[in-house]
Design a protein around this ligand. Structure first.
Ligand SMILES: *Cc1c(COP(=O)(O)O)cnc(C)c1O
Length: 621
């Protein structure tokens, strides 16, 4: 049975039982049941399923791996984490996360990189959980930080450059939050510009030419500025971030050595409250469905162990305090919790059945030969006959271009070609796999999915980041078709093509007779927030799945935006659009009586109040 690499990327979050993908907790509901439940409630398009228990699982994993390393090395610093809101700022995710973080009693907070994110963090942070602020800041954003501090938030503004520090000092002087009033002043962190470079697609975060951070000379200047303005006591944190999806741990170790030594040096220079190192994000997720393509070469235990051990060594040599360790993992925390479910609308070759074959009394010789191949193909000659028929089909296309055969002949060639492919695959399914792989690229089936890759898998479009994909059901049957996936945008980039290095096989289903659903997994990090309204497709309808002992509950159902709402987001005057459409129907001379007009208007209003995804293909109604 094919398991689509679930053992590499699934980490026991999901399992396959009785041919179904099931959630591996509670009484293990199948994803198919959840989808059918939503469809019964009228949600027919693509769906985003959220599993809050998987957010919780990742947060617990993160904390337990570090607490293990901390006790193993008798480390005296604490471990804290913040979730970077830029990775997923959707309300149903953030609310679930904040609820989970309450269990960590002030050790799990939020990271903000913009004013809007900071407002979210200020509103939803609870107890004394930390808030860190990265990214470029203007004076207003810094003032927001002061407001948060006066609310009692444990907030750290990480400065990315000296000018930000100068703004902080300015605001502190203006608000008179120096000296006795320093409790109204946020803590200050410094992002250091490391000379060691980052890794992977997202490597631009460090190095001499990095976008962010202070180099050594600037560090010295910062110390001087803090000291002269009586704010040295506010400096508590050193920060770096070497990039996302760190595949190899070596660059992180280099960065840690650099940052650890900077930490110790600044303390020696008098930064008496400097007590934390923030190692940024970057902890990777395994997306690969194939063993030879695995993306992460370290275990979580190694990661935590290396961080704790290295920091311990560095400060021991410099006889300094063991720093608290902050981490800003986003991808690791959020990726696993969301699954995109896309209904398959069509298999492109489905239209080619025998009934569409209209052979003439006398056919061109190559068509006649293809007919022969079709009738006489068997398990022994399948590969040879398949190759012959593909060659014939090519030749017939050329003959058509040259004007030697007509459209009917060409259609017959196409139909026969597809029929032979299907028959050959049937004969070959239990045979030597290498032979089949070789021909798969030529005989692939195209699956049309009711979703937008631009909206729901933007990193595939932008960076060719692969996401695990598999059918949610029929897993007891062997999938026979090599597959390429097409979304419903009318953009040819909306395609995940068949790749023989990581082949995807799907089932040969007649979607006119039965539903077929594909799940894209690990889409909870970055995809929702980067997704774009290409072709005006919006976020799909989503729901949270709360697994209980007895079963499950679907909560927080949030419908995909209606067509009018999507247009309103673009600042179209939707009232005007409605008015114009209404007028056009009223003025139409084709619609004679007012009853007809009223009915037409009613039909139009229904469409405007629905989302833009397809409900079915027209032919399936
Ligand atoms: C994006 C970002 C993160 C999150 O990185 P992940 O790879 O998602 O863990 C953390 N810190 C900073 C400063 C970032 O810019």
């Amino acid at each position: 049975m094919q398991n689509y690499g679930l053992n590499y990327w699934g980490k026991e979050d999901f399992i396959i039982e009785e041919g179904l993908v099931k959630v591996n907790t509670g009484n293990k509901p199948s994803l198919l049941d959840l989808v059918l439940d939503m469809r019964e409630q009228g949600f027919k398009g693509p769906l985003l399923l959220r599993f809050p228990h998987l957010i919780s699982k990742q947060v617990h994993k993160l904390f337990s791996m570090f607490s293990h390393a901390i006790s193993q090395y008798h480390y005296s610093g604490a471990f804290k984490a913040v979730f970077p809101l830029k990775v997923n700022h959707m309300p149903n995710f953030v609310h679930a996360l904040v609820e989970i973080s309450a269990k960590f009693k002030g050790a799990y907070g939020l990271e903000a990189g913009s004013k809007a994110e900071l407002i979210l963090a200020m509103a939803y942070i609870h107890d004394n959980a930390p808030v860190t602020v990265n990214g470029f800041k203007d004076k207003e954003m810094i003032e927001l930080g002061f407001i948060a501090a006066s609310m009692g938030a444990d907030i750290t503004l990480t400065i990315e450059g000296l000018s930000e520090l100068k703004s902080i000092i300015e605001v502190a002087l203006e608000n008179n939050t120096i000296g006795e009033n320093v409790k109204f002043c946020p803590k200050i962190g410094i992002r250091v510009r490391l000379h060691s470079s980052g890794v992977g697609v997202w490597a631009k975060s460090t190095g001499i030419h990095a976008k962010f951070g202070l180099a050594s000379t600037e560090l010295l200047e910062a110390m001087h500025l803090l000291e002269t303005h009586g704010l040295l006591g506010q400096l508590t944190m050193i920060h770096f971030h070497i990039g996302s999806q760190i595949s190899d741990i070596t660059p992180l170790k280099k960065a840690l050595k650099e940052a650890g030594n900077i930490y110790a040096e600044l303390r020696k220079m008098g930064a008496f409250n400097l007590n934390s190192i923030n190692i940024g994000g970057g902890l990777a997720i395994e997306y690969s469905q194939h063993k030879h393509q695995c993306e992460r070469n370290y275990t979580l235990e190694e990661f935590a162990g290396d961080v704790v051990f290295l920091l311990k060594e560095i400060v021991k040599n410099k006889k300094e305090l063991e720093p608290n360790i902050f981490i800003e993992s986003g991808r690791f925390i959020s990726a696993t919790h969301a699954v995109l479910v896309a209904p398959v609308l069509e298999l492109f070759s489905q239209d080619y059945d025998e009934s569409t074959l209209r052979l003439k009394k006398s056919n061109p010789p190559l068509v006649a030969e293809m007919e022969d191949l079709y009738h006489n193909i068997n398990s022994k000659n399948a590969i040879e006959y398949l190759h012959d028929s593909l060659d014939h089909m090519e030749s017939l296309f050329t003959l058509f271009d040259l004007g030697y055969i007509d459209l009917q002949d060409r259609s017959n060639a196409e139909v026969l070609g597809h029929l032979i492919i299907k028959k050959a695959i049937g004969f070959l399914r239990h045979k030597d796999h290498n032979d089949i792989i070789r021909i798969q690229e030529q005989v692939q089936e195209r699956y049309l999915l009711n979703c937008s890759f631009f909206q729901s898998l933007p990193d595939y479009w932008g960076l060719r980041q692969g996401f695990p994909v598999m059918p949610l059901h029929k897993l007891e049957e062997e999938p026979t078709r090599s597959a390429s996936l097409w979304d419903i945008t009318c953009d040819s980039d909306g395609e995940i093509s068949f790749d023989k290095d990581k082949p995807l096989f799907l089932h040969d289903v007649d979607v006119r007779q039965e539903d077929y659903f594909l799940g894209f997994f690990l889409v909870g990090a970055y995809q929702e927030v980067l997704g774009m309204h290409h072709n005006l497709f919006t976020h799909p309808t989503e729901c949270s799945v709360q697994i209980t002992d007895e079963g499950y509950e679907l909560t927080d159902i949030t419908q995909a935006q209606t067509i009018l709402d999507a247009l309103e987001d673009l600042d179209y005057d939707t009232k005007e659009i409605e008015r114009i459409l209404k007028q056009k129907i009223e003025d139409s001379e084709l619609l004679e009586d007012s009853e007809d007009k009223k009915e037409m208007l009613g039909r139009l209003y229904v469409m405007l109040s629905e989302n833009g995804y397809l409900r079915t293909l027209a032919m399936q109604e």
